[in-house]
Design a binder for this molecule. Structure first.
Ligand SMILES: Nc1ncnc2c1ncn2[C@@H]1O[C@H](COP(=O)(O)OP(=O)(O)OP(=O)(O)O)[C@@H](O)[C@H]1O
Ligand SMILES: [Mg+2]
Length: 562
């Protein structure tokens, strides 16, 4: 997804992420107001202390000591309440948005599926759904409002110090704020940008590799390749550790520079205040209030200076998420096209290649209508599954026509196509749910009788009944214990449940013994009364029920018995 390891600029990513806030922007404004007031309250506590000292030193202060103490306590309590509200709002926004983002990513994956997802590593998608999204929490809960709070608080402090103490002290505070809150973060973020992007890319690659290894653990063990894999996992995690160390070193360096700048500026402010007092331009009391105000005012800008460490990663994550949301699917779904009820499909001069320079299918012509079983045979890799995927419009054809009841496939509504055509692919995926739920994804409101009939037709009913809890048995609990043939038959039962006019079967009986195959073929023969079935198979016994058989060879098709 990422090309050449580059990413959008931080500003653009931030702007786009903020746009995603939508109506939650109001909550964020509320959070900023609370956060700013909260910080001013906490400064108020120290300032009231300084005011007390100034009063003791003879400064004309209208407040009595009782009021000063009372107000300090009041500000302290208020600070807690305001901080709570700010944090509550920020996290409310963040977690609401994370939920929205997860659902957006899922929709994007659905849009891109299946064509674009074939080329994406599952681990990278999982990294996106988990750690990338979590990283964005930092952005929404701990980035936007601290920046706004820093600006508001700094402006208030500058005005206060300028008016109450001295414009010179305000000027020093301004230089300090810009150095700590603007210059330092800009420098450190440019220093950390590449390290952050590299870390996130490595992290996601590591996840992908690790997940791949877990998924393939059986083959790793069978091939006695465990040591090799483990060494690779170790090497990759060492690399990751190196990246983390580098990133942390830079963060620590940046923090040290920030702390030094803050100390320097407070020292300068104190020196200037002393000089002003010595020259008689400022009273001791006002000097104390001014210097204490500056001392206590760096908190929000320090918070900003600490952002780049997280922000570089947030941007890298935001970049990946935003790019996925923007990615164009291989095939756009059709919504304002035509609906149809399946009667027949005709394919004329169909051409297709996954890559433009390598044709998989050329000038393919075939047809199927209700009441027919059409067989397709050919060597492994000749394009049989590809042809079925094109009939489902998983990919767009390069040339020729696919006509459903005379309607060009590109003009047919995607919903209508999916209602009328069902495909059982070579591998059936079972969800970690009960067998019944696994069947119901084909027809959510199916009655118990419909479920049972479909399973009988797929010759899996007796097997399901033999399970401890029958249809309510958790498929996840069975894990890999279900045989390939059992899974395949559940896939077939799903197809029978859907009741579409055209069923595309990719090797439906490749893992089934001859007795079960016989039952399935008989069901297919019965079903063909009001359906068309296109059947891909290597088996001659399966092809025996086909009315017509097409053979694909070198990308071209010819008709004849298998
Ligand atoms: N997503 C893809 N991207 C690029 N090439 C692909 C993709 N899917 C399949 N291919 C290639 O297209 C060719 C046809 O694949 P296809 O799966 O259609 O073969 P098949 O006839 O169904 O084979 P089998 O009998 O083994 O299932 C193969 O060379 C395969 O490697
Ligand atoms: Mg195939």
């Amino acid at each position: 997804m990422r090309k050449n390891g580059t990413r959008m600029s931080g500003g653009r990513i931030m702007a786009r992420l903020i746009v995603l806030l939508g109506s939650l922007a109001y909550v964020m404004v509320f959070a900023v107001i609370n956060g700013s007031l909260g910080f001013l309250c906490s400064m108020g506590v120290t300032l009231l202390g300084a005011t007390g000292v100034a009063k003791a030193l003879g400064e004309q202060i209208a407040l009595s000591y009782g009021w000063i103490i009372g107000l300090a306590i009041g500000f302290g309590v208020l600070r807690g309440v305001l901080r709570f509200v700010e944090q509550y709002c920020n996290h409310y926004i963040a977690f609401r948005l994370l939920a929205v983002l997860r659902s957006k990513i899922f929709s994007a994956l659905r849009r891109l599926c299946p064509a674009k997802l074939e080329s994406k590593q599952k681990g990278s998608i999982i990294a996106m759904l988990t750690s990338d999204i979590e990283t964005l929490e930092v952005f929404y809960a701990h980035t936007v409002s601290p920046i706004c709070i820093a600006i508001t608080v700094s402006a208030a402090v500058l005005a206060f110090v300028g008016i109450v103490a001295s414009p010179w002290l305000a000027l020093i505070a301004l230089v300090g704020f810009i150095a700590v809150g603007v210059v330092a973060p800009l420098i450190s973020s440019s220093m950390m940008k590449n390290a952050g992007v590299r870390y996130r890319a490595r992290f996601s690659a590591f996840n992908a590799y690790f997940l791949d290894s877990v998924k393939g653990i059986k083959d790793i063990v069978l091939n006695n390749a465990g040591g090799q894999r483990k060494a690779e996992v170790d090497a990759r995690s060492d690399e990751l550790l190196k990246d983390t160390k580098e990133l942390k070193n830079r963060i620590a360096g940046a923090t040290a520079v920030t702390e030094f700048t803050v100390s320097l500026m407070t020292l300068v402010a104190t020196a200037v205040a002393v000089a002003l007092v010595a020259k008689g331009e400022l009273s001791i009391g006002k000097a104390i209030i001014g210097v204490v105000a500056i001392f206590g005012s760096f908190g929000p800008v320090i918070a900003i200076s600490a952002l780049p460490g997280n922000l570089t990663q947030t941007f890298a994550s935001g970049d990946r998420v935003l790019k996925l949301l923007k990615e164009k699917p291989a095939v756009e779904s059709v919504e304002n096209g035509v609906d149809f009820t399946f009667e027949d499909v005709r394919v004329k001069d169909l051409c297709f290649g996954y890559e433009s320079d390598k044709k998989v299918l050329e000038d393919i012509c075939l047809s199927a209508k209700k009441g027919e079983i059409v067989g397709i045979v050919g060597e492994s890799g000749c394009g049989k599954s590809t042809l079925l995927k094109l009939l489902m419009r998983f990919w767009s054809k390069d040339g020729g026509e696919i006509l459903y009841c005379g309607n060009e496939i590109e003009n047919v509504n995607t919903d209508s196509l999916l209602c009328n055509v069902t495909m059982v692919s070579q591998v059936t995926y079972l969800f970690d749910e009960t067998i019944e739920d696994n069947l119901r994804i084909a027809k959510a409101d199916a009655t118990a009788k419909e479920l049972e009939d479909a399973c009988k037709q797929a010759s899996i009913h007796d097997f399901i009944c033999s399970l401890p809890e029958g249809y309510k048995t958790a498929a996840g609990a069975l894990g890999d214990n279900l045989s390939a043939g059992e899974k395949q038959r559940i896939g077939l039962a799903r197809a029978f449940l859907r009741g579409s006019g055209l069923i595309l079967l990719d090797e439906p009986t490749s893992n089934v013994d001859s007795i079960n195959e016989g039952i399935i073929l008989r069901s297919l023969a019965e079903q063909k009364k009001d359906k068309a079935i296109i059947l891909v198979s290597h088996r001659e016994s399966t092809m025996a029920i086909a009315d017509r058989v097409y053979r694909i060879e070198n990308g071209r098709i010819s008709e004849g018995k298998a």
